[in-house]
Each structure stands twice: as C-alpha cells, then as structure tokens.
Design a protein around this ligand. Structure first.
Ligand SMILES: [Zn+2]
Length: 187
C-alpha cells in the first residue's frame, strides 16, 4: 500500500534546534512575504492546510534560500513570523522559536527541483486517499494538465520500515540517515 504523497503526511509542528546558522541572502521583496502570508491564510481558509500544514516560497534574492513561517498554525501567520532557511532547512535566524519538524521536505524539494518556486505540505483529506490506496490520482481533463500524466507516490515503508512515525524530519545529507527520505525521491 502506498503511504503518502507530497501532500500528505503526519504531524509536523514540533521543532528541532537549528545547527550552524547560514548567512542571509538579504531582505526578500516585501511583496513576496505578503504573498506567502496570504498563501498561508487562503490555504487555511480553503481547508487545504490544517493547523499543522505549511507553505514556503523560494527566496527572490537567492535560489539557495527559501522562506517559511516558524512553527505555527497557517491561519495565524503574519509577516513577522516568516523566517529564511537554507536548503538544508537551517534557519538563518530562528529567533529562539520552534521550527517545523518537517521543514526538510521543503528544502529537499528545492534542491531536487530548481524550477520549483513554492512548496505546500498538506494533510488534505481530498488528497490523502490517493496516497494510501491503489487508486491513482490522475488528470482527466485539460484543467488538470498541470499534474502531468501521473502523480508519484512516495512509499515511506520502503525507507523507514513498516512502523515509522511518517515524519520526514531530517535532511537527506544527515549522518544518521533520515527516517523517511528515499535514495531516489519519486517527486
Ligand atoms: Zn505533516
């Protein structure tokens, strides 16, 4: 049984302490911050993000940085809550605040896909069934062409075994290999 897609996972609020702090790429375009705040609010309002989901955007000044809020409910995110991260998901300045445990999903996707400008980690009830059943999520008309011909599903048990906590909580480069990153992510 396939267990989860890019848009479906377990809880993700708990934080990890930041390691060595990377240098900032500079102040992002305020409009980008505003867009990210609005994205948090809209996705929460539409039920795409619950209290534990998160959305990020690649930094406009440096492709090796991304922006995402500290660990908090998306519906409450304000501009001051947005932090800068490097692609190993180390915060430039966490300001002593908790960070999303699963922030590594964002950093690893930005590493693997230079064309990707934003990432949403959701537990949407509309999407989860396609990650845990044999029914594939498939485009069936032109408005869904953005999906391509198929939506890959990442089988966490291939990497983490049959009884993991379902969290992607460490980077792929970690000495102690992550609990769920595959050698060849399917996204
Ligand atoms: Zn999650």
């Amino acid at each position: 049984m396939r267990l989860f897609t890019l848009l479906a996972a377990g809880l993700c609020l708990a934080g990890l302490p930041a390691l060595a702090q990377p240098r900032s790429a500079g102040t992002p375009d305020p409009k980008l911050i505003e867009d990210l705040v609005v994205a948090n609010r809209v996705l929460a309002d539409l039920g795409v993000l619950d209290g534990f989901g998160h959305v990020s955007v690649r930094h406009d000044k440096d492709a090796n940085r991304y922006l995402m809020s500290r660990s908090m409910a998306p519906a409450l995110v304000k501009a001051d809550d947005v932090l800068e991260y490097d692609l190993d998901s180390v915060a430039v300045d966490a300001k002593g605040q908790a960070l999303f445990l699963e922030r590594f999903i964002h950093g690893e996707i930005y590493k693997a896909r230079p064309d990707v400008r934003a990432v949403v980690h959701s537990h949407s009830p509309s999407v989860i069934p396609f990650g845990v059943s044999r029914t594939r999520l498939q485009p069936i008309y032109h408005m869904s062409s953005f999906m391509g011909v198929d939506v890959p599903v990442f089988e966490i048990r291939d990497v983490a075994g049959p009884a993991s906590d379902l969290w992607c909580a460490t980077p792929r480069s970690a000495p102690r290999w992550p609990r769920c990153w595959a050698t060849r992510p399917s996204f």
